[in-house]
Write a protein that binds this ligand. Structure first.
Ligand code: PGA
Length: 246
């Protein structure tokens, strides 16, 4: 059972990106100082491109928006080309009018990472919570770096990504052995607190995880299935990612 999750199956990656960016545009037009929850990765990348297009060509302004990112590698400086801060600057923040001081990503070089995680939660609370959180999904059902076994009530914390995740992410690194083995991530509970959630998945390699999340039991074995309890969650899928759904 898919619980209360809305599912939209679209033609291709471009349609998924356009629909996801459209949800953010709609939110920002309604609430210019909205709190955006953003994500990195191959699936969110075209969504960032679409947001830049909306900024340049339709006048969508991020000037009052606040943005939180899901996760960051521990040990990578924001200038490192594989840090998620770097990804966000290059793919989105440097190309839109969002204010630097309104972008919140864990500092991968924080001296006290646990304190960095507590500060992240406190900042989210201070701005009144996240309005719309964008998520990808891992082949093992993870959301952010919440791997199978993550507590549904978990908050921001330091984690050790699964070997499968480290391997999947190594494709982006010139030296695959250089992928950090620890990270800071928003917790499942942090994500579930968002007023609205949109999960995007494209490609056949995500089909199993998507089917587990929507049609499997709500269980920490597939962290994305924990979204079934959220009152306003939508999955935007291309037909390949939806191919295992009944
Ligand atoms: P991907 O990552 O979009 O690069 O496949 C998704 C994820 O692991 O959350």
């Amino acid at each position: 059972m898919s619980g209360r999750i809305d599912v939209l199956v679209l033609d291709d990656e471009a349609a998924v990106a356009s629909a996801a960016a459209g949800l953010f545009a709609e939110l920002i037009r309604r609430k210019p100082n909205a709190v955006l929850g953003l994500a990195t990765g191959s699936t969110p990348e075209p969504i960032s491109a679409e947001m830049v297009h909306l900024y340049r060509d339709t006048g969508l302004s991020f000037a009052k928006a606040r943005a939180f990112n899901l996760d960051e590698y521990l040990g990578l400086d924001g200038d490192h080309d594989q840090s998620y801060r770097f990804f966000m600057q290059k793919r989105l923040f440097d190309s839109i009018d969002i204010r630097a001081w309104n972008t919140f990503i864990f500092d991968g070089t924080a001296l006290d990472p646990e304190q960095e995680c507590r500060a992240y939660e406190a900042k989210i609370r201070a701005v009144g919570g996240v309005d719309l959180w964008l998520l990808g999904i891992g082949g093992n059902g993870h959301i952010a770096f919440n791997e199978p076994g993550s507590d549904p009530a978990s908050r921001a914390r330091v984690v050790t990504p699964d070997e499968e995740t480290v391997k999947a992410n190594s494709r982006h690194f010139a030296d695959p052995s250089a992928v950090p083995t620890r990270a800071m991530t928003a917790g499942v509970g942090t994500i579930l607190d968002a007023r609205q959630i949109v999960l995007v998945a494209t490609g056949a390699h995500k089909a199993d995880a998507v089917a587990q999340a929507l049609e499997g039991p709500r269980s920490s074995d597939c962290p994305a299935s924990l979204l079934q309890e959220h009152p306003d969650c939508t999955f935007l899928l291309d037909s390949a990612a939806a191919s295992q759904l009944c």
